[in-house]
Ligand binder design. Structure first.
Ligand code: NAP
Length: 277
């Protein structure tokens, strides 16, 4: 199977979607960004074609016609389940490959109960993709899981480090190790899948840049900045429980962030490439 040329990206204006769109354009693909409204974060990716969609089946079939692959980077939460309509429309339009919005910790064979619960819609979508690709053999999918996207979370403090004031929040001992992927490694993987689609059809691929602990990140940051950072400590289990309360109370963003950090940083989350823990 030769490299695809025409790629539609949903969620291409988001945190993960923007660098994916940029990498696809740099690699020479014709990129169409499917957005709910024009104007959102378009400036950095002006070389792409932008089209609007309300995510209805009819609108998506029309947009996907002529596209060989669809890459989804839609936000976590309700848009994950909305991808089923995108899959149906892609099949109807003759799209050959669908990459769903994953890019995080594995949503299959997940060892952490908290993550399993949070990722249930992603896991369900993979079941849907498997079912549909069996019914329509010309339609294939690839999932990319990368653990924590470290360089994305560091600037906004998600992983406990604030570059602007050189402070670190360490969860428990800071020694728990977790799998991590950089944004450039993740975007290179998307590009590779679309350049050599034959190798990755109907596969869940787990990519990793490195496995690291908060203590190691802090040591690296102190080394790079040539300064001693101010450190405070947080109980990961309390954070995890607080996260579930926030989620139940209607604050998904902070709730999910706290659950992820609380669960990840108290587990020794050393995930090997063959899926054994
Ligand atoms: N491993 C990690 O550390 C990590 C970190 C962050 C994200 N992720 C994963 O990467 C994927 C994308 O996450 P993200 O943080 O990049 O998402 P995001 O920036 O919050 O949103 C991505 C895009 O989704 C579209 N969207 C569609 N329906 C939406 C809705 N109801 N509410 C909000 N946005 C909606 C928006 O595009 P338009 O406005 O153009 O329609 C938005 O720009 C998710 O699967 C997430 O779990 C992983």
């Amino acid at each position: 199977m030769a490299s695809f040329r025409n790629i539609a990206v949903l969620g291409g204006t988001g945190h993960v979607g923007r660098p994916i769109v940029k990498a696809l354009i740099d690699a020479g693909f014709n990129v169409t960004v499917v957005t709910r409204s024009l104007g959102s974060n378009q400036s950095e990716i002006s070389d792409a074609t932008f089209v609007t969609s309300d995510y209805t089946y009819e609108s998506l079939v029309k947009i996907f016609t002529g596209q060989e692959a669809v890459v989804s980077a839609v936000a976590a939460g309700p848009p994950i389940a909305a991808q089923k309509v995108m899959v149906d429309a892609a099949i109807q339009a003759g799209v050959k490959r669908f990459i769903p919005s994953e890019y995080g910790s594995s949503s299959i064979d997940q060892p952490l109960e908290d993550f399993k619960k949070l990722m249930a819609p992603k896991t369900e979508l993979i079941g849907y993709l498997r079912e549909k690709s069996q019914l329509h053999p010309q339609f294939t999918w690839t999932c990319l899981s990368g653990g924590a996207l470290l360089d994305m979370g560091i600037p906004n403090g998600v992983w406990g480090f604030s570059l602007s004031d050189r402070t670190a929040t360490i969860f428990d001992t800071g020694e728990a190790r977790f799998d991590s992927t950089t944004i450039p490694a993740m975007t290179r993987s998307v590009v590779s899948v679309l350049q050599k689609p034959a190798d990755s059809g109907n596969k869940y691929l787990q990519i990793r840049s490195f496995t690291v602990s908060q203590s190691e990140i802090l040591a690296a940051l102190e080394d790079i900045t040539q300064s001693k950072w101010s450190v405070s400590y947080v109980d990961a289990e309390n954070l995890r429980q607080e996260g579930w309360k926030l989620l139940a109370g209607g604050n998904p963003k902070e709730g999910i962030e706290n659950i992820v950090r609380g669960a990840l940083f108290q587990a020794d989350f050393l995930v090997t490439r063959n899926g054994k823990y």
